[in-house]
Structure formats: structure tokens, C-alpha cells
Design a protein around this ligand. Structure first.
Ligand SMILES: [Zn+2]
Length: 336
């Protein structure tokens, strides 16, 4: 059984799993027990909109739908998002359900059917599989537009957007410096991924940017020099812009989204990267074996070259360089 969030899992993982199940797909059904949400759905139906992306901000989970509608839910103690395939039995009672977002074709035998049996003819292919994302028990769930979200004092704001026209070397460096001041112990690669510091970089570019700047991804913010910050900001902007041009549209490969894994695509990507996805392979610059290690509370994969991105022992940091795995570990699981 895939997708059910294990207890105690982080909101990051939830957002990532939701992104994998729903991202880029069209909503085929929307159901809610919350009157305010239902009235928005009545006026401007959710069905037919595309799930553009899912984001975690602090304890908040944000699902962005096309047409400027954002479902914002707060994961208080009791709230949780579950992802089920069609026909899969819910792990919590229906009365605790607050919201259901469905993608994929809803089988006839399924709609409104209390006997939730696995419909015949459904395949396990990720592309055709339907999912139900079910929000249980959340005490806060509301719709926002980009504007109302911006004005909301509760939901944490994003940092300067690397792809926006206003973004500059200066604003990027200022954001990193501010983070170094308030969170000197944060590791740089975690900060590069933190959308509240700079918005836009995903997990792939996080590793690529640190490599380009010759910065070990596990160094703490307090050890990062101004010159290194400048290089990382400059490279971030360059890579992201190139990626947008290449992808032809914003969305592809930009957000913290690795998509349903297709071997060919993953291989294509690692062909084009310096370190990302290249664990155990030779560094394209120096020949050393690329390492990988899970990093941060969101346990994201970080790739680096131990030689091109040397460790710098500093006060408050361990003397020894962090060690990763250079062996390739195949992951078959599509969940988080
Ligand atoms: Zn190297």
C-alpha cells in the first residue's frame, strides 16, 4: 500500500508525495465537508483545474491549482493528508474526512459507491492511475488566491523568486546573508532549497549550484563567504533561466519536484548534471567518485564531489568531512 503518510512524517514529505501523485494532473473530482470550501467549489469548480504544484511552508501545506486558486491547509497535531489509489480502503473513518482531491478518471463503479472496491481495468501504471488525496481532521483549510495568500499574515512568505524580473544578485545575496545571520547553523544546501529564503531552486539545482560554487553542501551558513554566496546566487539564476528556456515553460523541473520516476527521463537528466543523480560516477571535473547523502529534516538527497567541494573545518562544525555513499542504491518505491 502506497502513499499513506507514516505517522510523524514531516510536512515536507507530505507535500512531496502529494506533488508526485497530483502534480501536473487534472482534478476530476473535489469533495469537502467544509462549508467555506464547498461554496468556493460551487462558484468556481475545482474539477477541471490542473494541480500546478504542492509546497510545504512551515507547518502549512499549499496546493496550487490552475486559475489562481490555492488550497492552504495547516497540519496541526491531528491533521494529515493521505494518498490512496482508487479502490484502496481509507485508513481513517470517513467522518474525519475534510477534503478529497481526486485525479485520474473516476471509474463508474466507484463514484458514490460505498463499497470501495478496486475497479476492474485499472492498471498500476503511474500515468493512468487515479489517486485520491484525502485531508483528514485538519482544523484549518482554506482557499486563497495569490493575492490573498500574499496578504495572509499566517502563512510564511516565500523569499525572492530566482526567476522573477526583480531578482538580482544583490537581492539573492541579501537573502542568504539574512539567513546566515538568523540561522548560522543551517547547512547551505538546506538553505538553497528553503523557499522562504530564495524561491525557485529544487532538489536537483541545489546540488548543482553548490557544486558550481565549489561549496560543500554540508557547510554551515556561518562559514560561507560573501564571494561564495555571490557565485551561488549568480549560478542559481543562470541555471534556472536556462532550464526555463529549455523546458519551454515554467514548471518543468523547477519546483521541488522529481515527478513520477521514469528511467529514461532520470537518465537523461543525470546525463546533463554535474553531480545530481551521479552517485558513484566520476566527477566530470576531477574524476573523484560523486557521493550522496540524505540531508536536512526533509531528508533530501544531496550529491557532491568530495574533491571539488572540499570540507572546511570551522568552529561549530565537525572537523571531519561528512561522508556519503558512493554506491548506487536503486530505489523502487514511488512513494516518498
Ligand atoms: Zn570533482
Amino acid at each position: 500500500m502506497k502513499g499513506l503518510m507514516p505517522e510523524g512524517d514531516t510536512i515536507y514529505r507530505t507535500a512531496r508525495a502529494l506533488q508526485k501523485a497530483l502534480g501536473g494532473r487534472v482534478v476530476t473530482r473535489f469533495e469537502t465537508r467544509l462549508a467555506k470550501l464547498a461554496s468556493v467549489d460551487d462558484d468556481t469548480p475545482l474539477a477541471g483545474r490542473t494541480v500546478e504544484r504542492v509546497e510545504a511552508r512551515g507547518k502549512w501545506c499549499l496546493i496550487f491549482f490552475s486559475g489562481d486558486l490555492i488550497l492552504v491547509s495547516h497540519m496541526l497535531m491531528s491533521g494529515s493528508w493521505h494518498i490512496y489509489r482508487f479502490g484502496e480502503k481509507w485508513r481513517l473513518p470517513k467522518r474525519m474526512m475534510r477534503v478529497v482531491v481526486t485525479v485520474g478518471e473516476v471509474p463508474n463503479t466507484f463514484a458514490g459507491d460505498e463499497k470501495r472496491r478496486f475497479p476492474s481495468g485499472m492498471t498500476n501504471k503511474e500515468d493512468s492511475a487515479g489517486f485520491e488525496a484525502v485531508l483528514f481532521n485538519a482544523q484549518v483549510a482554506e482557499f486563497h488566491t495569490a493575492r490573498s495568500l500574499e496578504r495572509s499574515s499566517q502563512v510564511p512568505k516565500l523569499g525572492p523568486d530566482v526567476l522573477s524580473a526583480e531578482f538580482s544578485l544583490k537581492s539573492g545575496v541579501r537573502a542568504l546573508q539574512e539567513r546566515a545571520r538568523t540561522h548560522p547553523e543551517d547547512e547551505i544546501a538546506v538553505v538553497l532549497l528553503n523557499q522562504r529564503v530564495m524561491a525557485g531552486l529544487g532538489n536537483v539545482y541545489k546540488s548543482e549550484v553548490a557544486f558550481a560554487a565549489g561549496v560543500n553542501p554540508f557547510r554551515q551558513m556561518r562559514t560561507i563567504t560573501l564571494r561564495e554566496m555571490e557565485t551561488m546566487v549568480e549560478v542559481s539564476q543562470r541555471y534556472m533561466r536556462a532550464n526555463v528556456n529549455e523546458a519551454g515553460a515554467r514548471g518543468e523541473g523547477i519546483v521541488t519536484y522529481t515527478g513520477p520516476r521514469r528511467t529514461t527521463r532520470a537518465m537523461d537528466r543525470s546525463d546533463r548534471t554535474w553531480v545530481y543523480g551521479r552517485q558513484g560516477q566520476e566527477c566530470r571535473r576531477c574524476g573523484a567518485a560523486i557521493e550522496m547523502r540524505k540531508q536536512g529534516v526533509a531528508v533530501r538527497s544531496t550529491y557532491w564531489c568530495p574533491q571539488c567541494q572540499p570540507w572546511k573545518a570551522a568552529e561549530g562544525q565537525s572537523v571531519d568531512a561528512p561522508v556519503g555513499r558512493a554506491m548506487v542504491v536503486r530505489r523502487r518505491k514511488i512513494g516518498c
